[in-house]
Design a protein around this ligand. Structure first.
Ligand SMILES: Nc1nc2c(ncn2[C@@H]2O[C@H](COP(=O)(O)OP(=O)(O)O)[C@@H](O)[C@H]2O)c(=O)[nH]1
Ligand SMILES: [Mg+2]
Ligand SMILES: [Zn+2]
Length: 356
């Protein structure tokens, strides 16, 4: 029986409190990896394989009701014996970075849960795209983690000052660091965010250098690098995410194979990432100003003077429209979910106690 210190893996007081209040007699673990209905979990006795209980399966409405990488879960045991351990509950997530599932209509997929810092990685070469960055930042604020922008492959950039200016205007209030794995630039700044029990996640397009950076931070080759790896059907072969313990403390999560990023219900995230525009809008004469033909519109003035760029304002309008659309869809979902659960509760009252 190995003695693992779960504090090293990010165990916090609120998790302990919730666990002790609601799950006496059970065991605690954190999800390291997720593979088709099977989870690799770290416990105080070491690693264990788990699967969700029948109760979770029965009551689940969508993927949010299943464990995700980074989740704290409740287990029926700590050690490997015949069969898998059973996950009986998921403790409250203090943050979750999600995306819309590609191809599916409105289903949310959690990329990583209980993260403290979200490193949004964008390369300073072809990958450079302010619109996409704004989208990520908005999702980042919405996740509950602190977004930090890492401008990767700075060794390939000849106009760093200019690019930095652009990023600063697209990411007000967000820390921004140029980094390079080739000449080790910025690594110390990144390490400053990573410490004992802190969970950090790296997101961004394939090929921007997330895995390379992680290997440099760890000091050993943990992640496969080389950009996009695809099998004969054009799918990414390395699609799983995992929690990695850094030798100097901290928990790192790489996110391979993120091709598309879609917005979810995140009006709050947009407000935070476009705080400069929200601030301007408060100066418009009308509180419901649509910034089109209204008199004394502070946004129009800022656009005319160049204080606010057309590009950024366009990006803001686009993201806002998408968020409103998603919000409508999601509230409909919430209603369906409520109804479905109500019917289930009514049904289960008739049945005898349902376990596993
Ligand atoms: N020039 C340069 N290339 C890099 C840097 N970091 C990574 N790369 C290269 O970019 C490619 C993709 O890197 P990888 O870490 O696999 O990207 P990921 O898909 O974001 O994990 C690899 O060929 C790396 O060698 C960097 O700082 N500078
Ligand atoms: Mg990678
Ligand atoms: Zn206005």
């Amino acid at each position: 029986m190995k003695n693992v210190n779960l504090n090293e893996w990010g165990l916090s007081q609120p998790i302990i409190k919730e666990f002790e209040e609601k799950y006496r007699g059970y065991y605690l673990g954190r999800v390291l990896e997720e593979h088709r209905n099977i989870y690799k979990i770290i416990t105080e006795s070491g690693r264990i394989i788990g699967q969700v209980s029948g109760k979770i399966n029965y009551e689940a409405f969508d993927r949010l009701d299943y464990p995700a990488v980074g989740d704290w879960v409740v287990l029926d045991r700590l050690e490997d014996k015949e069969g898998n351990a059973i996950i009986g509950g998921i403790l409250t997530r203090n943050s979750k970075f999600s995306r819309k599932i590609a191809g599916r209509k409105n289903e949310e997929q959690i990329i990583a849960a209980n993260i403290d810092v979200l490193f949004i990685c964008m390369a300073l070469n072809d990958d450079f795209n302010l619109q996409r960055l704004e989208r990520y930042i908005s999702l980042g604020w919405n996740s509950g983690a602190v977004p930090v922008v890492l401008l990767t492959k700075s060794d390939l950039c000849s106009d760093l000052e200019e690019k930095l200016e652009e990023v600063i205007s697209a990411a007000p209030g967000v820390d921004i660091h140029p980094v390079s794995a080739i000449n080790e630039l910025g690594l110390e700044q990144v390490k400053a965010y990573i410490g004992f029990g802190k969970t950090v996640s790296f997101v961004g397009s394939s090929g921007v250098g997330k895995s390379t950076l992680i290997n440099h931070l760890l000091g050993f080759e943990s992640q496969e690098t080389g950009g996009i790896r695809e099998d004969d059907k054009g799918r990414h072969t390395t699609t799983y995410r995992e929690l990695i313990l850094a030798p100097d403390g901290g928990i790192l999560i790489d996110t391979p194979g993120m091709r598309e990023i879609h917005l979810l219900d995140d009006a709050d995230g947009i407000e935070a990432s476009f705080a400069d525009i929200e601030e301007l809008a408060r100066k418009c004469r009308f509180s419901d100003c649509e910034h089109v033909n209204e008199p004394d519109c502070a946004i129009k003035k800022a656009l005319e003077s160049g204080e606010l760029s057309q590009r950024r304002f366009g990006s803001y309008l686009k993201l806002k429209k998408e968020a409103q659309f998603m919000e409508r869809k999601l509230s409909k979902r919430a209603q369906i979910k409520y109804k479905k659960q109500f019917v289930k509760i009514a049904k289960s009252r008739k049945k005898t106690a349902y376990k596993r």
